[in-house]
Write a protein that binds this ligand. Sequence first.
Ligand SMILES: [Zn+2]
Length: 127
Amino acid sequence: MKHPNKKAPVGRHGAKRNASTHGDGRHRYCRKKGPDLEAIKQAIDPAAFFERELGVLNGCGPWRRARCCFHRPDRRPSLSVNVTSGAFRCFACGASGGDVIAFAMRLYEQTLPETIDRLGREWGVAR
Ligand SMILES: [Zn+2]
């Protein structure tokens, strides 16, 4: 029978308290003016956005078809939009982009800050 009998040294070393509080004095919320890009992207549902701008979306699955708003008249729905990611591509006029922000910039012919501001207002993103 082995009794290791290891007596753990219960030395009272006065556990080092990590009382350093560095970093707490920083400003956590370093807000820019207006809603930010990520907040806008979170707030906008691509499906709802495209339906609002394009009307009826044809098809099912993530990629839907609609009449292109970048070239007119578009007799057949040439524009494919992804209602999940917001990506879009028109095989007739070549308009394409990766998200609803790019779509909106192109549609409204505005700069990125203007578009963010506009979408923020329209989609109720808190400033
Ligand atoms: Zn087009």
